[in-house]
Design a protein. Structure first.
Length: 215
């Protein structure tokens, strides 16, 4: 049974979580990964199809310095379904409300796939206006799935310490050809999620932790 958490998020028990954990364990060693600075490794199980599917591995070790202060609040070009296989995922919705005295701004940039390929989020473009932000935080535990609508803002603050990981499988539905957006505090220029080199030793360490957690 689905539980509506808000206008844009629902959560439900996932009866296939055990099978998905087994699938993830088999897949992660042979996948190609990109390091997204919000604290996650992303790899595709299915790409360039109507519905694309990714594995995400979340770890504080992957969090780019300063990004949790400014740069991690973003929207998606697609409707998302996320299946939490192990660990806990924080899902914080942000509603941006136009306000002359708002303390947040928006930036349009190159979406994650192109940015990761080029190691560059540009060209970027400031979006006119200032916004105040209302927040709603949800903690999604292993064995649950949640949905989130396209073009809405959220962030996924990392849960736990450096020894903790979470693993999710993400479904991307109804993907649109539009630019990505970041919502950030006006007082702090956003840290970009890409533009860094991959650290092979760090990635091996996080993959080892994920494999152990999935067992």
């Amino acid at each position: 049974m689905n539980t509506r958490l808000s206008a844009t998020t629902t959560v439900a028990f996932n009866p296939a979580a055990h099978s998905m954990r087994a699938l993830a364990r088999q897949a992660i060693r042979s996948m190609q990964w990109r390091h997204h600075g919000i604290g996650v490794l992303q790899g595709y199980l299915s790409e360039a199809n109507e519905t694309e599917i990714r594995i995400h591995i979340w770890s504080r070790l992957l969090l780019k310095p300063g990004m949790d202060i400014s740069g991690d609040a973003h929207d998606h070009r697609f409707d998302m379904v996320s299946h939490v296989l192990c660990g806990v995922v924080a899902h914080e919705e942000l509603e941006a409300i136009a306000a002359p005295d708002g303390d947040h701004r928006m930036l349009a940039l190159t979406h994650a796939r192109a940015a990761a390929d080029n190691k560059f989020h540009g060209p970027t473009e400031d979006i006119e206006g200032t916004y105040r932000v209302e927040r709603q935080l949800h903690l999604i535990e292993a064995g649950s799935s949640y949905t989130f609508s396209a073009l809405e803002f959220h962030r996924s603050p990392i849960v736990g310490g450096p020894d903790d990981v979470a693993v999710t499988i993400i479904e991307k539905h109804n993907q649109q050809d539009v630019r990505a957006r970041v919502l950030y505090p006006a007082a702090h220029p956003p840290v970009m999620a890409f533009g860094h080199d991959m650290d092979a030793a760090l990635i091996r360490d996080v993959l080892d932790r994920a494999n152990a957690a999935l067992r």
